[in-house]
Design a protein around this ligand. Structure first.
Ligand code: 9YT
Length: 128
C-alpha cells in the first residue's frame, strides 16, 4: 500500500506550475493504478481553455467558487465546494475561477507526470 501526503509532493517534480493553475500530482501512471489523482489549485480571476481530447477527467471542488462553460452549448455550470463535474464526453470548456479553487482531479488514462496544456488546452496522448 502507498500513503502519499501533499507535503511530500509540494516542491518536487510532481508539483507542476501551469500558469492559471498549480497541480500537485499525487498518483501518476507510474503508480500503476490506471488513473492519476491531482490536488490542483485554480487561481482566482483566471479563465482557462481546456479540451482533454485524449483523457476523461472528473473534477471534485473541495474549496472555492467558479464556473465551467461547455463550449458545444455555451452552458454555464456554477461550481463550488462539494461539487463534482465529469468531462465524460471530452467536453471542450472554459474554467473560470472567481476565488482560488481547490480541485481533486482524476484522469483516465493517467497523466504520466510533466504535462501542461498545449495551445489548444490539450494534454498529449501517452504513446508508451
Ligand atoms: C481542473 C483542471 O482541469 N485543471 C487544469 C489542471 C489539471 N486538472 C491538472 O493537471 O491537474
Amino acid at each position: 500500500m502507498k500513503v502519499v501526503k501533499l507535503t511530500d509532493i509540494i516542491g518536487t517534480e510532481q508539483d507542476i506550475e501551469g500558469g492559471n493553475w498549480n497541480s500537485r500530482r499525487l498518483i501518476l501512471k507510474k503508480d500503476g493504478m490506471g488513473y492519476s489523482v491531482h490536488d490542483t489549485i485554480i487561481r482566482a480571476g483566471t479563465e482557462t481553455h481546456i479540451w482533454y481530447q485524449n483523457h476523461l477527467e472528473a473534477v471534485y471542488c473541495i474549496e472555492g467558487e467558479g464556473e465551467v462553460v461547455t463550449l458545444k452549448d455555451n452552458k454555464v455550470h456554477p461550481i463550488s465546494k462539494d461539487t463534482l463535474y465529469a468531462l465524460d464526453e471530452h467536453d471542450e470548456h472554459l474554467l473560470r475561477a472567481k476565488t482560488d479553487m481547490r480541485m481533486v482531479c482524476v484522469f483516465n488514462p493517467p497523466i504520466t507526470g510533466r504535462e501542461v496544456h498545449d495551445e489548444n488546452g490539450v494534454y498529449p496522448v501517452d504513446e508508451d
